[in-house]
Write a protein that binds this ligand. Sequence first.
Ligand SMILES: [Mg+2]
Length: 292
Amino acid sequence: MVKRVMIRSVSVPIKAGPLLLRNIITKYSEMTPAVKAALIDLSGTLHVEDQPTDGAVEALERLRGLGVSIKFVTNTTKESVSSLYARLIKIGFHLDQNEIYSSLTAASRFVQSNALNPYYILTDDARKDFPVNDNARDYDSVVVGLAPERFSYEYLNEAFRILHNSKGAARLVAIHEGKFYKTNQGISLGPGCFVKGLEYSTGVKSVCIGKPNEYFFRSAMPDGLKPEECVMIGDDPNDDCFGAMAIGMKGFLVETGKFQPELYEKDALPKVSGIFKNFGAVVDHLSGMLNQ
Ligand SMILES: [Mg+2]
């Protein structure tokens, strides 16, 4: 099988030769500003549940050695930021908790800034990142994250009634609308279909907080940088890559998580900035760009 890298949506066979490839990458780097920050997805990119993806721990250290600012940006909504941080440390990554920017963090800020009193469909752990409910007030919104044990008729029907009975006044807040994600048991259903189901039955359009929302990427960027100086690395063509590319970042896609290249026709692969075997291959590419 011919290994390929994608440069600005142009698929280049490695067998074209290292000199040709180097020339193409050089031209690519001449066209673009230096990379100053990497926004890195977690699940499916750096780890799958309690296993780092191949070479990811060491590749992250190499990336830090390039002097690039790092932010971990995640739509993971099953775990609070503190639990996620503890898991990453336990499986071998070196990071600071402040480097994690979660859609839970962004959604909690949204709840607070709008003074909402939501009915939460979240795991107990994720719930820790949100304000406590005001029991003197009625629910005025529904917040939905990935919460497999709460996606039952009982909880969804309660959410439906809050939205339906408010006659359009209540907000539906989707922490993200992911279709599916990768677990040890294989590809698994995300929260998106439950959000869409509530929209269908109530006519209430959701506010989506996490990736691929533009607001999420802009608020995750280190201060003072332009999107053109940032790369987003993830395993979801839509939520990670296209969302970041929409505001001017580069979007690099890895094959270690939910992205399944075998499901695509050869000429119909997602038109992202680059497709790589794993996170380490992205770091190699960035290293080449920065050491021209
Ligand atoms: Mg992911």
